[in-house]
Ligand binder design. Structure first.
Ligand SMILES: *Cc1c(COP(=O)(O)O)cnc(C)c1O
Length: 388
């Protein structure tokens, strides 16, 4: 039995958020004190802050092979998704169209709930099904593009099951048909090199706190080839596309976090993938009625996710927490709200599995010893909870 009095805790929830890297914090602290000016001010205090924001803009753009003027800083991934979808729908409406928008069954709530709400408001939004591995078949998109389709939105890599979608292929289809392509890359940006040009992505959402940057800052990178109507109105910041005084420390921190990522991406991804593979190989092999969810071959290098038959996710998370492991069910399900995962249901899982999801995501501080302890303790915890 794992010792529940164990003092040390192990964080295995990097898909929920990541600790801010110390170098990033240093860069941010300077913006709270030395360079505290408002970048919209014309005096030197303002211009110094503005210079930092514009340097960050160049750096973020270069990382995704976009132009500096394409970067719209936002309050995070959620706002970037909202701006991409609502902004495009409003743009289409201005030109007198009844917009049709395609989104998939594995989108983050920032996309799916936004599309559902637009549907109520009269926009034609349509949910595209996914395969049993949670991956979107590009043909399913191709078949559904209509004359009034203005936007296709596909999550780059899913937060709950880690599956990576064939965005390059979907991008090409959209480009051929003259439809805008948005991808929520909030999870993917931490692990995969993303080239907006090569993947034919018109709008890309990122959020800094998923890649060792601060919370409350993100960006929508937009190639400027469509009408985008701002969703937050006021001042003229961000090229008139997102009003509000710039979050200078956040923006500088996000750029610094991305720069660090570029340096270490390949080697760190390989290290994480080894830890992931140990989880994926050991857990279903040592626990009965437990399956890997998502794709085995096309998944984020740090992401392992499972479904346990007849085992309520929240009970499992609480028991793991007591044993010193911080994991997630992967969905927005909170204590007292034992809803089965919508995404697992959409992938065809029965309720008895979809209510028992577990997501283990590794990251910078995870060691092989952490993974070894988890794979040793988890079968004991599951047996105790199930009573068999
Ligand atoms: C975390 C996440 C978001 C939301 O980003 P925030 O910056 O937390 O608002 C959107 N999409 C995906 C895939 C995410 O993982």
């Amino acid at each position: 039995m794992p010792d529940i009095r164990k003092q040390s805790r192990t964080y295995l929830d990097y898909a929920a958020t990541t600790p801010v890297h110390p170098e990033v914090i240093d860069r941010m602290v300077a913006c709270y004190s030395a360079t505290f000016g408002n970048p919209s001010s014309s005096h030197q205090y303002g211009q110094e802050a503005d210079n930092l924001v514009e340097e960050a803009r160049q750096s973020v753009a270069a990382h995704f092979n976009a132009r500096a003027e394409d970067v719209i800083f936002t309050s995070g991934g959620t706002e970037a998704d909202n701006l991409a979808i609502r902004g495009t729908a409003a743009g289409a409406q201005r030109s007198g169209k009844t917009a049709h928008i395609l989104y998939t069954a594995v989108e983050h709530h920032a996309v799916s709930v936004t599309c559902e709400q637009l549907h109520i408001a009269g926009v034609e939004t349509e949910r595209v099904p996914v395969g049993a591995d949670g991956i979107v078949d590009p043909d399913e998109i191709r078949q559904r593009i209509r004359q009034n389709t203005v936007l296709v939105t596909v999550i780059f890599a899913n937060n709950e099951i880690g599956s990576i979608n064939p965005v390059g292929e979907i991008g090409r289809i959209c480009r051929e048909r003259g439809v805008l392509f948005h991808s929520d890359a909030v999870q993917a940006a931490a692990h995969l090199p993303i080239n907006m040009d090569k993947e034919s992505i018109d709008l890309l959402s990122i959020g800094a706190h998923k890649f060792y940057g601060p919370k409350g800052v993100g960006a929508l990178i937009w190639r400027g080839n469509s009408i985008l109507v701002p969703q937050i109105t006021g001042g003229r910041q961000e090229n008139d596309l997102r009003a509000g005084t710039s979050n200078v420390p956040g923006i500088v921190g996000m750029a610094a976090a991305l720069e660090r990522l570029t340096e270490g991406m390949g080697a760190e991804s390989r290290r994480l993938a080894q830890l992931r593979d140990k989880l994926i190989e050991t857990i279903p092999a040592t626990i009965t009625d437990c399956v890997l969810t998502g794709s085995k071959n096309h998944r984020l290098p740090n992401h392992a996710s499972f479904a346990f038959r007849n085992l309520e996710a929240n009970r499992m998370l609480a028991a793991l927490d007591m044993a010193g492991f911080a994991c997630s069910s992967g969905s927005a399900c909170k204590t007292g709200d034992p809803q089965p995962s919508e995404i697992l249901l959409a992938m065809g899982y029965a309720r008895e599995y979809a209510s028992g999801s577990l997501r283990i995501t590794v990251g910078s501080a995870t060691t092989e010893a952490d993974v070894d302890r988890l794979v040793q303790d988890l079968p004991v915890i599951v047996r105790r909870l199930r009573g068999y």
